[in-house]
Each structure stands twice: as C-alpha cells, then as structure tokens.
Ligand binder design. Structure first.
Ligand code: S3P
Length: 172
C-alpha cells in the first residue's frame, strides 16, 4: 500500500514525505517532480502551454501511473482532489493523509520555497494570499472527502508529524 500525502500547497507534503520515506526505508515520489521529469518541462511551462486544464490532464495521467505502484510515499500536487478519478486511483492502493495549515503559514512557506516560481503558477487572478484563502475554502470539502486521516501541520514539528503518521499506519 502507498502512503499518499494530500493537501494545499505549502502544507508540508514534500518535507514530511521525504522524512517519512527515510524513516520507513521506502521510496519517496513527488507527483510534480514526476510530471516534470516525465515531460521534461517545468510545471510553469506546462501551464504556459496548455493552461490549468492542460496541466490537469497530464497530472491525471501521472496519478494513474503512480497509483499502480506499491509501497511508495507519494506527495500529491495540491490540486489532485479536483478530479474524482485521481482520488479513486490513489485510494485503490493508498492510504490518504491530508495535511492542513493556516493560510498565513501556507503563505509564508510558499513565499520562502524556491520551488514556487517553477512549480506553483497562479491559479486565479487574485493576489497570492487572497488566492490561498479562496482556494482553501473552495477545495475544503474535496480534501476532507478524500482523506483517510487529517493532520494540521501549522504548529507541529515535522518529526512529530512523521511519528503520528507511523502510528496511524501501524494500526491499519
Ligand atoms: C497545485 C499545486 C502544486 C502543483 C501545481 C498546482 C494546486 O503542487 O501541482 O502548481 O492546484 O494546488 P504543490 O501542492 O506540491 O505545491
């Protein structure tokens, strides 16, 4: 079974995923990086060529392939929950953990993350902080419905989050 980390941009999926993979001696895959290496294009470039719709098709393809793998730790792009097929594919062999954080913390993390320019193009015509608040509310139900378990990462250390995930996985 795969362990899949879902949640909005900047909730800690990649950071936690890498640590978790280290602890469990499993392979870590970031779906955005998988898309970038298989298309040999940056996410920004894919958006420029085909808009968000074009990106979502490529993403759905990547998610279908990743879902067929086993025993991986997968950090899924923040928008995977927008397509029900993605959620069904991921769930077919995966335990979905939703990571959440406050909009303020997400904004700080995203602004400081060097990946943001190439992997996180604007999704609305709103200012960054407004976009975060707007999309979190808009996507909340989809995130909740997809999740098997939820962790708020706002004020918790990565080590504690990893420990919590390991405890939950052991109970499955
Ligand atoms: C997106 C999140 C990004 C990336 C793309 C779209 C989204 O991934 O897939 O920019 O719609 O929330 P991260 O969640 O890893 O930043």
């Amino acid at each position: 079974m795969n362990i899949i980390l879902i949640g909005f941009r900047g909730t800690g999926k990649s950071t936690v995923g890498k640590l978790l993979a280290n602890r469990l001696k499993r392979v870590f895959i970031d779906s955005d990086e998988y898309i970038e290496s298989s298309t040999e294009k940056t996410i920004k470039h894919i958006f420029e060529e085909g808009g968000e719709e074009g990106f979502r098709k490529i993403e759905a393809n990547a998610i279908a392939k990743l879902s067929k793998m086993d025993n991986k730790i997968i950090a899924a792009g923040g928008g995977v929950i927008l397509k029900n097929d993605n959620v069904e594919n991921l769930k077919s062999n995966g335990f979905l953990i939703l990571l959440e954080a406050t909009p303020e913390i997400i904004h700080n993390r995203i602004t400081q993350d060097e990946k943001t320019t190439q992997q996180r193009p604007s999704l609305t015509n709103r200012k960054p902080f407004e976009e975060i608040k707007h999309l979190i509310v808009k996507r909340q139900k989809l995130y909740e419905n997809a999740a098997d378990y939820t962790i708020n990462t706002s004020y918790v250390s990565c080590e504690d989050i990893v420990n919590e995930i390991i405890t939950i996985i052991d109970k499955q």
